[in-house]
Structure formats: C-alpha cells, structure tokens
Write a protein that binds this ligand. Structure first.
Ligand SMILES: N[C@@H](CCC(=O)N[C@@H](CS)C(=O)NCC(=O)O)C(=O)O
Length: 209
C-alpha cells in the first residue's frame, strides 16, 4: 500500500486527492513540514513524500504524474502532443500560481515576522492578477483541459478553492473573480473532495500551511 507523508493542509492534499481519484488504498502519515517525522522520509523536511514499496518519491506534481502514468488514468499518455500540452499547463500553473501564492504566504504568515518583507506583496499581487486574467482567457469551457480530468485538475482546484478560503491574503479571492465568473462551480467545494476523509478542514477558512 502507498504511504503518503504530510498533512491534508499541505501539498500532500494533491497526492491524496489523486490516490482517491485512482481508487488506490494508501496510509496517511501526518507529518508536519520540517518535522522530524518528515525529515525521516525526506531530508529536506518538505512534504509531501510518497513511499511506493521501498521507493521514496518527493514533489507533489512528480508524484501525481507518476501515479497517473503508473495506473494509466487521469493523464494523457507520455510522448503525445496532448501530454505536452498538459505538462505545459501544469508548469505554467506552478510558475504563475503556486510560486506566487507560496511567496505571498511566506511573507504573510509562514515565515517568522523578522524574515517577512511585506512590500513584496504588491508586486506578487500584480503578477497573480495578471496570471488570473490570463487563465480566465485560456478557459474555453468549464474545465482547464477539456472534459477529462487529469493531473492539473487537483492542482488547479486545490489552489483556487483552498486559497479562496484563505483570509490572510485578502486579494487572492478578488483576483480569482474573473476565473470564478467563468467557472461558476469553482468557489464551491468540488464534488470529489467530499469523499476524502478530513477534507472539510481544508475548506473551513484555515490557510494552507
Ligand atoms: N515543490 C514541492 C514543494 C513542497 C513544499 O514546499 N511543501 C511545503 C508544505 S506544503 C513544505 O514542506 N514546506 C517546508 C519547507 O519549505 O521547508 C512539492 O510540490 O511537493
């Protein structure tokens, strides 16, 4: 059985969602970022990590793509044009949403106060607003990549739904409005998340760690 290392309020959520979608059993080892438990699996202390038998894998997107490839679901096959476009969307989301939100989170509540540089948030806000407007333009229907769900979906929905609940970065919700208007269901808890044990804690107004 797979072992997922990390908590639901971290990027481990993406891996858990993927395993739920794949119908694969897993054991959750709820290690906090940088905890001794997390370091026992990943020397950097970052979560998530995944144990597949004796093999340790790290980085949520790499783990999700590995699982999708291995089980032959939720992804375009490697070596196809569709896969290249799927990867392009994923990497764009990582660059333009994940990285910016993570930087904003670090300077808002993750890092100790003496390490935060609040002034940086104005430019992060501008960058995020530009990315959100671009994403709204890229949407051609209710899903990012057509009607098939795939690896970019957990990421997109985690970022948008969970972060919209996040009151510490007040502009996130505002700047995602153009996307929400095109995806009327986006602000709501996605249907699939209801089956994940403990998921309600993510959507209860707490910011991701
Ligand atoms: N790119 C990595 C980022 C992992 C990451 O930064 N995880 C956070 C929790 S969501 C963490 O462990 N932070 C602790 C740290 O940065 O030291 C992934 O997607 O798995």
């Amino acid at each position: 059985m797979y072992k997922v290392i990390g908590g639901l309020k971290t990027r481990a959520f993406r891996v858990i969602w993927m395993l739920e979608e794949l119908g694969q059993p897993y054991e959750l080892i709820p290690a906090a970022p940088r905890s001794d438990e997390a370091k026992a699996y990943n020397p950097t202390g970052k979560v998530p990590a995944l144990m597949d038998g004796d093999e340790l894998l790290t980085d949520s997107v790499a783990i999700m793509q590995y699982l999708a490839d291995k089980h032959g679901m939720l992804t375009a096959p490697a070596g196809t044009i569709a896969r290249a476009r799927q990867d392009a969307m994923l990497f764009w989301l990582i660059d333009e949403f994940d990285a910016i939100l993570w930087a904003a989170a670090k300077h808002s509540f993750v890092w100790p106060k003496d390490m935060r540089v609040p002034e940086i948030k104005d430019s992060l806000k501008a960058e995020f607003g530009r990315a959100a407007a671009t994403l709204a333009e890229r949407l051609k229907g209710p899903f990012l990549m057509g009607i098939t769900i795939h690896t970019s979906k957990p990421m997109r929905t985690t970022e948008s739904a969970a972060w919209q609940q996040c009151s510490s970065i007040s502009w996130v919700k505002l700047l995602l409005r153009p996307i929400s208007q095109r995806l009327p269901s986006l602000p709501m808890v996605p249907r699939e998340t209801r089956v994940i044990p403990g998921i309600s804690s993510i959507f209860s107004g707490q910011c991701p760690e």
